[in-house]
Design a protein around this ligand. Structure first.
Ligand SMILES: NC(=O)c1ccc[n+]([C@@H]2O[C@H](COP(=O)([O-])OP(=O)(O)OC[C@H]3O[C@@H](n4cnc5c(N)ncnc54)[C@H](O)[C@@H]3O)[C@@H](O)[C@H]2O)c1
Ligand SMILES: N[C@@H](CCO)C(=O)O
Ligand code: NA
Length: 448
């Protein structure tokens, strides 16, 4: 029998995630109490509209539209409303009373994490956010605790379920981006405004959070280079497939040395070609995976559901149990360490590889002219494939209508070079009089 007083838990938000958290809290109350050493008492659920119809049947008397009142007197506040306002104010209010806070709000943690962590530290409270990155997959805690004695070198993550679902559908079924997004939204993966997903903003926030923890450095979200998937075409996907690649939206966080020899870090998000043999290539649907390379541990892969209400509720409840145990047993709150304070280098400084698909005039000397552009920019070609108009390569459409009148398509893979040199090269190729059209420029990541 449990002798400890109940832990008072307030829930803010009862949407996809919040309603599942409430359901599990109520259904598994006995088991959770046994694990914590005290009952977890759900004191209320703050929502916008108490009468709204919900997918999960929860006791009506728990609902309130007065979040501030609910927070006062709580031991732990779970924020699952999303957005910056009023979530930030409410979390700050909760921390000011000494309550621990659990949140899944990556937008808030990425933009205002440091000030909230500071506030938590000052009052000896704990602010945890396992669900904010890669949903159900344990990744925050492994990076912060399990790998705290190692040196993380690189993280390569598929951290947005919506875009992974879309790219996977485009790759495996030839769906359009719009059609695949519609289904991802129905499945509850997409953000309220799906621009956050397809524009890469959600992954950018997650990359900022991952890089901050992995490299013990505050990484402001605006220093994370971001490109979304809105420009990706079925043609690019098919070309990638024919060349043995898949297109994935990657969050990449790594230690890098800048051109001036300064050690720093890079955090960036963009769609990239991944070799079909790479473990990240087999991450399908709305799943996420985070591939971590650490000095002593070597390669680690964390894989599972990165989105979805009930799956994400698992991560929220894990944080809740952690805070509740601390309430029962005492001890300091988990804190963030930012002692390394490494500079975040601009994307131009990083080294990567490109695959460029270029439609050129099919006439003598074109290859030599194109090769000269590469050498002018100091970029070396690693693979070159030329396809004449109408060649069967498994790719649809391929050469444009124009190229049927005597054009050819070049698929050029580069060796590693700086992003600055590669992007200047791609621009010069597009402007070159031998070229008709650049149909695709994608980085190649995840060398095997
Ligand atoms: N859905 C997922 O798969 C997923 C996965 C990981 C993280 N997250 C994060 O979890 C959080 C919640 O996501 P969700 O999908 O459950 O959202 P949702 O839109 O389904 O639910 C939001 C809930 O918050 C309430 N709410 C919003 N603004 C409010 C306000 N001003 N006052 C009172 N109540 C308010 C709404 O009434 C609703 O009950 C977000 O931060 C999201 O980024 C979601
Ligand atoms: N919209 C997000 C939800 C999980 O953070 C995604 O698709 O991954
Ligand atoms: Na997680």
């Amino acid at each position: 029998m449990n002798q400890n007083r109940p832990i008072r838990v307030a829930l803010l938000g009862a949407g996809s995630v919040g309603s599942q958290v409430a359901r599990i809290l109520l259904e598994n109350a006995e088991e959770l109490a046994a694990r914590v050493g005290a009952p977890l008492l759900l004191t209320g659920i703050a929502v916008r509209n108490v009468d709204a119809k919900r997918d999960v049947d929860l006791p009506k008397e728990l609902f309130t539209d007065d979040a501030e009142r609910l927070i006062l007197g709580s031991d732990i506040v779970i924020e699952l409303m999303g957005g910056i306002d009023p979530a930030k104010h409410l979390i700050s209010l909760a921390l000011s009373t000494g309550a621990d806070v659990v949140t899944a709000n990556k937008a808030l943690v990425a933009a205002h994490g440091p000030e909230l962590f500071d506030q938590a530290r000052r009052v000896g409270a704990q602010l945890t956010y396992e669900a904010a990155v890669a949903g159900a997959i344990p990744i925050i805690r492994p990076l912060r605790d399990s790998l705290a004695g190692d040196r993380v070198e690189r993280i390569l993550g598929i951290v947005n379920g919506t875009t992974n679902f879309i790219l996977d559908r485009m790759h495996t079924r030839g769906d359009s981006l719009e059609e695949a997004l519609r289904i991802a939204t129905e499945l509850g993966y997409a953000e309220a405004d799906p621009t956050a997903d397809i524009g890469g903003y959600d992954a950018q926030q997650k990359a900022a959070i991952l890089a901050s923890i992995a490299f013990h450095t505050e990484v402001p979200v605006e220093l994370v280079h971001r490109e979304g998937i809105t420009e990706i075409t079925i043609e690019q996907i098919e070309r990638a497939k024919a060349a043995g690649f898949v297109v994935k939206l990657l969050a990449i966080c790594e230690r890098v040395t800048g051109s001036d020899g300064v050690e720093g870090i890079s955090a960036r998000v963009y769609p990239a070609l991944v070799d079909e043999q790479h473990p990240l290539a087999s991450v399908h649907g709305g799943n996420n995976a985070v591939f971590v390379q650490a000095q002593a541990a070597g390669d680690l892969m964390f894989y599972g559901a990165g989105a979805g209400g009930v799956e994400t509720a698992s991560a929220v409840l894990g944080d809740l149990v952690s805070s509740a145990r601390r309430r029962v047993n005492g001890g300091p709150g988990l804190g963030e360490s930012t002692h390394a304070d490494l500079p975040v280098l601009e994307v131009g400084e990083i080294t990567t590889r490109y695959q460029i698909i270029l439609e050129v005039h099919d006439r003598p000397g074109v290859l030599a002219e194109i090769a000269k552009v590469f050498s002018d920019f100091g970029v070396s070609v690693s693979t070159l494939e030329q396809r004449s108009a109408g060649a069967q390569d498994g790719a649809p459409a391929g050469p444009s209508a124009e190229s049927a009148e005597g054009g050819a398509t070049l698929v050029i893979g580069t060796h590693a070079a700086t992003e600055r040199a590669l992007s200047a090269l791609a621009e010069a190729l597009a402007a070159h009089e031998a070229s008709r059209r650049v149909t695709g420029v994608l980085r190649v990541e995840g060398a095997l």
